[in-house]
Design a protein around this ligand. Structure first.
Ligand SMILES: [Zn+2]
Length: 241
C-alpha cells in the first residue's frame, strides 16, 4: 500500500467536500521501502544534521529532488479542537488521545477532543476503505491542511483502517503534516522518513515540532531567514538534552 499525502489549500476551498486532490503532494514510492539510512540509527546526531532534517521537513520536498516548494513557516496559532469520526472511531479514540497529548506537549498548543457538531479545527476521519485515490495514486492515509496567510486554520487527517498495523504510523505521520511539517526527510530516524515507517514520533520529530512552535520562528518566515534561527534553537535543545 502506498504511503500518504499532504495537501494544503486556501481557505476559499474550505467547506467543500473532503479534499482529495491537494495542491502539494508527496506520495512516496514503494521502491524506497528497502532503502536504509545507516546514519539515522540511534542517537548521536550532530546539530548540523538535525538542522538539515528540520529544514527539509519544514521547507523542502524530499521526493521532489529537493526543489523548494512553498518555503514559508506555516503553523497553528490557536489551540485545536479535534473530532474523531468515521468507521469504528470509538475503538481508536484512546490511541488518538494519547498521540494528541504528546503533540500538545511539544507544540504548546491545546488539542481537545470535541464532537463533530462544534466545528472542530482538526478532523481525524477513519475510513473502512482499502485505500484512497489521490491524484491517481493509492494511499492509505493523507492530510489536507488549510492555511490563511500561513496560519493553519483547519486540517483533516484521513486514515484507512484496512491495514491495522499501519494505523499508528499513519496517525503519527499525518499529525506531523497537520501541525505544519509538510515534507518528508530521509536524514534521521523520523515518522516523516518513509523508509523507516516509525509507529510513533521520534525524538527528532519532537525536536522538529518544538522548533516550529518556538516563538522565535515567526509565521511566514522564509527558509533563508529561518536557517540561523533553526540552528540556534537546535543547538540550545541539544545542549540541554
Ligand atoms: Zn507524508
Amino acid at each position: 500500500m502506498g504511503l500518504d499525502c499532504w495537501g494544503t489549500m486556501s481557505l476559499g476551498r474550505l467547506g467543500k467536500s473532503p479534499v482529495r486532490v491537494p495542491r502539494f503532494r508527496w506520495c512516496a514510492s514503494l521502491l524506497l521501502t528497502g532503502f536504509l539510512v545507516v546514519a539515522c540509527q540511534g542517537g548521536g546526531q550532530s546539530d548540523e544534521r538535525l538542522t538539515r532534517f528540520i529544514d527539509e521537513v519544514m521547507f523542502w520536498g524530499y521526493f521532489d529532488n529537493h526543489v523548494p516548494q512553498r518555503g514559508r513557516v506555516a503553523k497553528w496559532t490557536a489551540d485545536l479542537s479535534v473530532s474523531v469520526e468515521g468507521h469504528d472511531a470509538g475503538r481508536y479514540l484512546s490511541r488518538i488521545e494519547a498521540q494528541l497529548e504528546r503533540f500538545s506537549e511539544w507544540t504548546g498548543l491545546g488539542a481537545t477532543i470535541t464532537d463533530t457538531a462544534s466545528s472542530p479545527s482538526l478532523k481525524i476521519i477513519l475510513m473502512a476503505d482499502d485505500d484512497f485515490l489521490v491524484n491517481r495514486e493509492h494511499v492509505s492515509c493523507y492530510a489536507s491542511v488549510y492555511t490563511k496567510a500561513d496560519r493553519i486554520v483547519a486540517a483533516e487527517v484521513h486514515i484507512s483502517l484496512a491495514e491495522e498495523e499501519e494505523f499508528d504510523h499513519c496517525l503519527s505521520h499525518e499529525l506531523m503534516h497537520a501541525f505544519g511539517l509538510r515534507y518528508h526527510s530521509g536524514i534521521v530516524q523520523s515518522t516523516l522518513n518513509p523508509a523507516h515507517r516509525e509507529a510513533y514520533p521520534t525524538l527528532w520529530d519532537e525536536l522538529a515540532l518544538q522548533v516550529l512552535y518556538d516563538a522565535r520562528l515567526s509565521l511566514s518566515t522564509n527558509r533563508v531567514e529561518a536557517g540561523s534561527i533553526i540552528q540556534d534553537i537546535v543547538r540550545e535543545h541539544m545542549a540541554g538534552s
